[in-house]
Design a binder for this molecule. Structure first.
Ligand SMILES: C[S@@+](CC[C@H](N)C(=O)[O-])C[C@H]1O[C@@H](n2cnc3c(N)ncnc32)[C@H](O)[C@@H]1O
Length: 350
């Protein structure tokens, strides 16, 4: 995990710095808007950001008073510190830390922006034990987390069983270039490597964050979102919750196991209507251990085209280029996966 993101994921996704900054500006504005937080409310606040460092830059641009940035990967910290020196920025502190063990010098945090991180932590209780005492009175933690029961999270959870501990980024990239020799979709490739190879990967349900907030006696605000166990149509693959902390001194973490903590096991689960398909997929993925890495990588990347959109050809949404998405999306996806499995099973059995 220490090196994975900077070297194999963010080098693709963040290939163009100006585009990247624009993307993070849009993302943060949109996340804040979803919770009704106005930028003006952040002006005198202390923010905690974890990750690539771009979010910290945007919070600084928005006029926040102090920003603490942490990442386990020294490359992200080095990148941000170089950016701060170049732009003469003094109110961001960037430090390397495993957030499950330490928050570095971060303290009195008004807003912790925990986007795209919680589901990658092996020790989530450890992180909360560090975070909660360092929150200020009357503060917020904003989580953006992988949503279990959506199409992409379900399929990725399955595909990972054949990629983790076996394939390398170079093998996935080689297969991608074979299947798509027309140019590189950087976001797609970064997501492909992230999804299939990141060592820690969990998908959660909003209810688990509500239960944990109740146990910790915190207020929990969920962004308006439909309730479902499984929905394979065009649902957002992330969900958001905000925990509000009146008084960090009053929180007792040790009381009960966390619903989102280390005891949490669901990574896939299967929708009742596709148990046969899930069984077939499980069988195909298990059988890949009998074939060379090159074959496994080719089949996994081919199936990954059903996980998310790609410039130009978009199997994920059943559409070509800018045509409108397939109206029966869930059915289309299931039928497409079914057809792919039959094809690959026949191919491998010859
Ligand atoms: C999906 S990435 C990016 C998340 C964030 N939304 C961003 O774009 O900046 C997850 C990040 O979490 C970092 N990370 C993972 N585990 C960590 C840990 N235990 N302590 C600190 N950082 C961690 C990774 O190095 C990576 O930069």
């Amino acid at each position: 995990m220490t090196e994975f993101y900077a070297e194999h994921v963010h080098n693709h996704i963040h290939a163009d710095p100006e585009q990247t900054l624009q993307k993070y500006r849009r993302r943060i504005t949109s996340e804040l808007t979803k919770f009704g937080i106005a930028v003006e409310q952040l002006r005198d606040k202390t923010i905690l950001d974890i990750g690539s460092g771009w979010q910290a830059i945007v919070f600084q641009e928005l006029g926040c008073r102090q920003i603490y940035h942490l990442d386990i990967n020294p490359k992200h910290v080095d990148f941000l510190n170089a950016y701060l020196a170049e732009h003469g920025i003094r109110n961001i502190t960037s430090e390397q830390a495993d957030i499950s063990r330490s928050l570095g010098s971060a303290h009195d945090i008004d807003l912790a922006f925990v986007a795209g991180v919680y589901h990658h932590l092996a020790d989530r209780e450890g992180f909360l034990a560090q975070l909660l005492p360092n929150m200020a009175k009357d503060s917020d933690i904003l989580f953006r987390v992988y949503r279990a029961g959506t199409w992409s999270r379900w399929l990725v959870g399955m595909l990972r069983t054949a990629s983790i501990g076996r394939l390398t980024p170079a093998q996935l990239l080689g297969a991608y270039r074979l299947l798509h020799p027309y140019g590189l979709d950087n976001q797609f490739v970064g997501d492909l490597i992230d999804d299939l190879l990141t060592p820690q990967w969990q998908a959660f349900r909003p209810q688990q964050f509500i239960v944990d907030a109740e146990r910790l006696q915190l207020q929990c605000q969920q962004c308006p979102a439909p309730a479902f166990d499984f929905d394979f149509s065009d649902r957002d693959e992330n969900f958001r919750v905000k925990w509000h902390i009146d008084d960090p001194g009053a929180i007792n973490l040790a009381t009960q196991p966390m619903a989102t903590g280390q005891a949490h096991v669901e990574n896939t689960g299967t929708a009742p209507q596709i148990t046969d398909l899930a069984d077939k997929l499980t069988e195909l993925l298990a059988s890949l251990s009998n074939y060379p890495n090159r074959d496994a990588a080719t089949i996994l990347v081919a199936l990954y085209f059903l996980v998310r959109k790609h410039h130009g050809v978009d199997a994920y949404r059943g559409q070509i280029a800018d045509a409108s998405a397939n109206p029966e999306l869930a059915d289309w996806r299931i039928a497409q996966l079914q057809a792919s499995l039959t094809y690959f099973r026949d191919w491998l059995s010859r």
